[in-house]
Design a protein around this ligand. Structure first.
Ligand code: COA
Length: 384
């Protein structure tokens, strides 16, 4: 029998489970003001940016801390368009993945593979890091679209350099040029998802790069973190929930049952926002417009009822994933591409945070309080 003693040192530290309330870095990139429901990118309120600037302008803003001039924007667009095509080895690998592999696994694997084909993957000069950042912003949509086409047995659609980021992604997924309305909607979704303070996936990217690992490893880490249903995976959960409920009439009973079972309603609640997530109204408006055009108001009506019940019963608000799910669904995008789209947009923020971390780096290494036994003696194997 083993013997156990009480741990010799009871920790004097205060634990913040989930690191809630802990400040891990200074950042000039974005500010999430949970008490008043504000999101700010480099000094601009999200309400000021949404509808006025394109995703590429936000990429520039996050990477340069100011909005681009027309010339700077044109240069960025042409750099991104020039970086899109993937190494043949990565394409060969993507098309051989099992067709039923969830896309987030494929994208995480694809980004990791991109690192294998980049001869300067470990070049740590800031110029090389910036190039890798832009390359990933341009290539992650292509990884996603290639895998999506291949898993359906459809021919790959190669990137079109004349199209912007949102339009090119839709074109590569559908194989036809998207309508202006679809492009504008997707572009706005990209803008709203681009950055969000020290969220879990951004934090994980910063932890990885803080060891002086490499850009590909940091973004691979971030994708794996975003995938979880408590983070970016919630948008897929929202549509699955709406489909499971099936009709407006079923909403009240579903919510009551979920609360009784202590089951989370996807797309509701937030660690930082204690009032409405400022991205939600923009997405809700888009969802309402698209649902009305499709002549199928069921999904938005169900969503609105769920949101109002959750506010009334738990004082919890809808978050970014709640209405983005209906927007993507109304655009005809397959459910398992919702989280990949989040990843595509958030790559702008992740890479900007990686560059910011590198510019003033310190290894991120918190501590834990040991709660196990001490002083155990090894019992020989044969006697255990
Ligand atoms: N549905 C039902 N109850 C919820 C809830 C939800 N979506 N989100 C939080 N709650 C409840 C919890 O059950 C808990 O209630 P209790 O105090 O009665 O036990 C309380 O609110 C606090 O929840 P907790 O999970 O501890 O808060 P958190 O800060 O750790 O969680 C989230 C934040 C985002 C993880 C959480 O709200 C959640 O899981 N939401 C659903 C997933 C989602 O939409 N994620 C995307 C976030 S952008």
């Amino acid at each position: 029998m083993s013997t156990a003693e009480t741990p010799a040192t009871a920790s004097p530290s205060t634990i913040s489970k989930g690191l809630e309330g802990i400040i891990a870095a200074n950042t000039r990139l974005s500010d999430v003001r949970g008490d008043v429901g504000k999101l700010i990118y480099c000094g601009y309120d999200i309400d000021e940016l949404a509808g006025k600037v394109s995703y590429e302008e936000v990429v520039y803003l996050l990477h340069h801390n100011h909005l681009p001039s027309p010339k700077e924007l044109d240069e960025l667009k042409s750099v991104l368009a020039g970086y899109r095509e993937l190494p043949q080895g990565v394409i060969d690998m993507l098309v051989k993945l099992p067709p039923d592999c969830p896309p987030m696994h494929a994208i995480r694997t694809g980004v990791s593979a991109l690192g294998c084909y980049d001869t300067v993957a470990d070049d740590d000069t800031m110029d090389a890091q910036r190039r890798k950042a832009l390359r990933l912003i341009a290539q992650i949509p292509v990884v996603t679209a290639y895998f999506h086409r291949a898993r359906q047995g459809k021919p790959l659609v190669h990137p079109d350099a004349s199209l912007g980021e949102a339009a090119n992604f839709l074109y590569m997924v559908d194989g036809e040029k998207p309508s202006a309305e679809k492009v504008n909607t997707m572009d706005m979704c990209y803008v709203l998802h681009a950055d969000h303070g020290m969220n879990a996936s951004t934090f994980s990217a910063r932890v990885t790069i803080a060891t002086l690992s490499d850009m590909y490893s940091a973004i691979t880490t971030a994708i794996g973190t975003l995938k979880g249903p408590l983070h970016g995976g919630a948008n897929e959960g929202v549509i699955k929930m709406l489909q499971e409920i099936g009709s407006l009439e079923g909403v009240d009973a579903y919510v009551a049952e979920s609360l009784a079972q202590k089951r989370k309603i996807m797309g509701i609640g937030h660690r930082v926002y204690k009032v409405l997530d400022p991205r939600a109204p923009h997405l809700k408006r888009m969802a309402q417009i698209l649902s009305a055009k499709l002549g199928d108001p069921k999904w938005i009506q169900m969503s609105e009822r769920i949101a109002s019940l959750m506010l009334e019963k738990k004082n919890l608000h809808a978050n970014v994933d709640f209405y983005s799910a209906t927007v993507y669904f109304s655009l005809g995008i397959p459910t398992d591409l919702f989280t990949p789209i989040f990843a595509i947009a958030r790559t702008s923020g992740w890479t900007a945070h990686v560059l910011e971390q590198l510019a003033d780096n310190r290894l991120i290494r918190p501590q834990s309080v040991y709660t196990g036994p001490v002083g155990l003696k090894v019992v020989p194997l044969a006697q255990r």
